[in-house]
Design a binder for this molecule. Sequence first.
Ligand SMILES: [Zn+2]
Ligand SMILES: [Zn+2]
Length: 113
Amino acid sequence: MAIEQLNPSLKMKKVLVLSLFLFFGLALKGFGQTVYASAKGEKYHTADCKLSGDADGMTLAAAKKAKKGACGVCKPDEHLKDKVAQCNGKTADGTRCKRMTSSSKGKCYQHSK
Ligand SMILES: [Zn+2]
Ligand SMILES: [Zn+2]
């Protein structure tokens, strides 16, 4: 594909379509991690960061591509790492819980009660 040959407005359209595709891909498949960054911001944040302001949700990949860095306050990279952690809790029969958790305690909603 020769993207260079497209005029600017077509390029914008392509970006728009691509971000829509990413959005729906995320919604449908849960593909990619969502971070929050404003268009002018140089940092990306987790959803609950007080510094994220009016930031828009985007995939972590998109934020990295836009050369945004991880926020030093909410530390999205560490937070996202937690997201893929398996629960540390044990089920009634003594085996390890198979649920995934985003909790910093490393326990799923059931075991963190
Ligand atoms: Zn932040
Ligand atoms: Zn659990």
